[in-house]
Design a protein around this ligand. Sequence first.
Ligand code: ATP
Ligand code: MG
Length: 392
Amino acid sequence: MSAVERKTRRREVVVTADAWTRSLGHESTLDDVTPITRVRALRRKRRHAKAEPPILVGDLVASKYRIERVLGYGDMGLVVAARHLQLGFLVAIKFMRPEAQSESRAARFFREARAVARLRGEHTARITDYGSPDGGAPYIVMEHLEGIDLKALVQRRGKLPIEEAVGYLIDACKAMDEAHRVGIVHRDLKPKNLFLTHRPDGTPLVKVLDFGISKLTETAEDEHASSTESGSILGSPGFMSPEQIRDSKQVDARSDIYGLGAVLYYLLANDYPFSAISVSDLLEKILHEPPHSLRDRRPDVPAAIEAIVSRCLQKDPSDRYPNVKELMDALRGALEQKEQPSTVLRDGVVGARLPAVVLMASVAMGALLARCAPYSACMFRDFAVRATSSAP
Ligand SMILES: Nc1ncnc2c1ncn2[C@@H]1O[C@H](COP(=O)(O)OP(=O)(O)OP(=O)(O)O)[C@@H](O)[C@H]1O
Ligand SMILES: [Mg+2]
């Protein structure tokens, strides 16, 4: 390695180590909660500051992926972009953070990865590989996505236009519909796990990330870790269903329907359904209080869409949509209703009648002209006569 390369690599290593430290600080999730928990996260971040980063920029993973840069960090660990040495394409590799590592947890991590790898829909981020190097952090390899996650998008742009937000949610619903049909429950649906990217033809599409991965952080052996003690919650309390708070092992697809509703609320309101001053306060509200009215925060949201979000956020799973397909149909119906005034003139009901209306108007105008024709002719003749007679 040349001196220049060594220098560059040392600088990148610092960036990587810093990102790893931040991932250990859980900033992203606690960001979703309150300033108090953020302070606690910072303290923990300092405690973990000496932890070894799992991987360095320039390192090789499984003798085939060269790490290029850090993409982000979350509850589970660190996500990096890496290049496949032989084929040259980019992948995203997610490494488990050290305290999330245990043999059984890694086994579950990989079992989930294998299940998700079988999903074929275009709205699910592909998992293509996984591994567990000797003494190293277990990792999964995913397709690398160009774009932005929906949390970052809302932070950048604020409340999204209604059609856009609902469109993104319908994309997520398509992924969840396929997953639920084969028995996979996501359990950590949140804006950061929905990624806005583009198809090769440039049309936008949302992909769901981190399927099933959250299961690892919320299983029996982690119960003490996901206790209600502030700051030690794993997962994303802002989007968590009441039943998941009570017992994360008992959740089914309807818990994801809650998550989808909470995500739509966030995209439309740029805010969470519940505001709280601490994690325990937040959990208490999710369990027992109704969410903030969406239309108070975003008055132009149609009542039909507010009603859909509200049904998703019901405390009792049996009061929610029974499956994602029904939620999707309701969203499409609400969009159609909303679009009616504008489609009316384009291609809607009146649109179909428009040629008939024009035809009738032309016939009436023609008849009128025909009746007036003799007078017009006289007027024209008079004018012509006057014009000629006044000519010098
Ligand atoms: N496949 C990918 N392609 C491109 N960027 C990605 C990919 N996966 C994740 N990222 C980026 O990495 C960031 C961190 O992702 P990560 O999943 O670790 O965070 P998180 O969702 O907050 O945590 P967790 O899912 O563990 O609860 C994401 O916000 C996203 O920007
Ligand atoms: Mg994620």
